[in-house]
Design a protein around this ligand. Structure first.
Ligand SMILES: Nc1ncnc2c1ncn2[C@@H]1O[C@H](COP(=O)(O)OP(=O)(O)OP(=O)(O)O)[C@@H](O)[C@H]1O
Ligand SMILES: [Mg+2]
Length: 499
């Protein structure tokens, strides 16, 4: 059922932003959500707008910049045609069952129909909901800038992610370790359903609702799971596992640490979701833990692929009531073990200029990563300089290593492998490598500089970063500072769950 929405009760005050809204998820019924209007913030202002995305969604960007629209995008004025709800989910946090969670500060407005399919819109930080528990329903400007920029950075890198439409701020104080100010990210995705949504209905023995949710997701996003042979829900689990494997390979290949891979932060569509304590690594350390609250290092970079598998197990467990036997879930999860390493070798091989995977490539990649780890080499700069080494000068990449002879020995093996490719063309290979090895990623210190300026009321750096991160593979003038090594103070930045 996909009904267009009736005008809400507060229609007189509601602002028409252009495109028509549909209920989508809210049609599932009251077991899945609670009607929750956003809570207004005072004196809202536009920190940044994603005009290209606005156009894709059917908005006229010029119409989103006026004070009324900015109030609407921050949840401070109702949007005509929307039906705001907070959805309920549960989840495993840091390996432990956490029980009911839910959208404690994100409010789903409804969905827009685009040529690419339905797109849900949420306001994160838009006020208290039934699921806020001890929280205040708010998000601070600091963490909202990080979410806004990183979701678009991931999109620019070609990594599946929720996306950010707008970032609005307000002087309203929000208490974290210090007093900060409130902000709201309007974010979009084809679906915000998480593994935790399934865990919720399963753990509560609500099998009809569990089935309803699974059918909703299959019908809209995985129709092949029903037409294929076998149990449709086991097929769903297998399809989600495949997307998750592909996602994790992409994270690992850009040195991205998520920081809070709890099952409530795992997207059923294999999107990156919840930009909290994430980090793009500077110096490569496979055991790097970006979240200062993660004392045990559960979500260290090198553990991410196994954690994803653990989370998929939780999803499989949740879907069991819809399967005929446990073995179906186990069989659906099995392919991850081969899919992930194959995808990683393919991605890392492409970073090294290899068009197809051959025997020995995984080992060649691993040997480089070990050298990088031993010398704490900068992840992004190393791969970018390798591009230049194919057709030209290898001194800049060699200079990154302390153990130069070890690097030379590795580079010789690499060159041999490159030249073994049929029709090898050095210039074309270097160009292809530049399309997969970004020049610019959202390093912690770059975000920090933009945050500190924005906290002073200057949003220019947020907007400059947004533009640069949208095309992270390009060599553009005036962006050398964004592609440079991190300053020493970058190591002192502490990123925690506080947001
Ligand atoms: N300030 C807050 N007020 C209310 N609830 C919160 C707040 N911060 C986090 N929560 C809730 O705590 C749980 C775990 O938070 P987590 O940090 O994973 O998510 P989040 O950053 O709020 O958002 P999301 O996963 O939607 O991006 C979620 O249910 C979340 O809604
Ligand atoms: Mg979360």
């Amino acid at each position: 059922m996909n009904t267009a929405l009736a005008a809400p009760a507060h229609a007189a005050d509601a602002l028409d932003l252009g495109p028509a809204w549909h209920a989508g998820f809210a049609d599932l019924g009251p077991a899945f959500h609670t009607d929750t209007p956003p809570t207004a913030l005072p004196e809202t202002q536009l920190v940044a707008l994603n005009a290209p995305l606005a156009r894709e969604l059917g908005f006229d960007p010029a119409r989103l910049t006026g004070p009324e629209a900015v109030a609407a995008l921050s949840g401070s004025r109702p949007i005509a045609g929307t039906r705001p709800v907070a959805t309920v989910y549960s989840g495993h946090q840091f390996g432990v069952w956490a029980g009911q969670l839910g959208d404690g500060r994100a409010i789903l407005l409804g969905e827009l129909r685009t040529p690419q399919g339905p797109i849900e819109v949420q306001l994160k930080g838009a006020g208290l909901t039934r699921y806020s528990r001890m929280g205040d329903g708010r998000a601070v400007l600091r963490s909202s800038i990080r979410e806004y920029l990183c979701s678009e950075a991931m999109h620019g890198l070609g990594i599946p992610t929720t996306r950010a439409l707008s970032l609005t701020g307000s002087p309203q104080p929000v208490i974290r370790e210090t007093v900060e100010t409130a902000a709201v990210v309007a974010r979009v995705a084809p679906s915000f359903v998480r593994f935790g949504h399934f865990e919720h209905f399963s753990a509560n023995g609500l099998t009809p609702e569990l089935r309803r949710l699974a059918d909703f997701v299959i019908d809209r996003h995985y129709p092949d799971c029903r037409s294929a042979a076998g149990n449709a829900y086991a097929n769903l689990l297998e399809a989600v596992s495949a997307r998750t494997a592909a996602l994790l390979a992409q994270w690992q290949a850009v040195g991205f640490c998520h920081g809070v891979m709890n099952t409530d932060n795992m997207s059923i569509l294999g999107l990156t979701i919840d930009y909290g304590p994430f980090q793009f690594m500077d110096a490569f350390n496979p055991a790097h833990v970006c979240n200062h609250s993660d004392h045990g290092g559960r979500y260290a970079y090198h553990r991410q692929p196994n954690i994803a598998y653990w989370n998929l197990f939780c999803l499989g467990q949740a879907l069991l009531p819809l399967m005929d036997e446990q073995q179906q879930a186990l069989d659906a999860l099995e392919p991850y073990k081969a899919l992930f390493p194959a995808a990683l070798t393919r991605r890392m091989g492409a970073k090294l200029g290899l068009q197809a995977t051959a025997e020995g490539d995984a080992e060649l990649v691993e040997a480089l990563m070990q050298l990088m780890a031993r010398d704490a080499v900068d992840f992004t700069i190393c791969f970018r300089r390798l591009c230049d080494a194919v057709a030209g000068d290898s001194a800049p990449v060699r200079d990154l290593f302390l153990q130069r002879e070890a690097f030379d020995a590795w580079a010789e093996r690499w060159r041999e492998r490159l030249q073994s490719q049929p029709g090898f063309d050095a210039a074309a290979t270097a160009a292809a490598m530049r399309r997969v090895n970004p020049r610019i990623v959202l390093r912690n210190h770059l975000g920090q500089i933009a945050i500190e300026r924005a906290q002073q009321g200057d949003f220019t750096e947020v907007r400059r970063l947004q533009q640069a991160l949208a095309a992270p593979f390009d060599d553009r003038e005036g962006e050398d500072d964004l592609a440079a090594f991190p300053p020493d103070w970058a190591q002192q930045i502490e990123i925690s769950c506080s947001s």
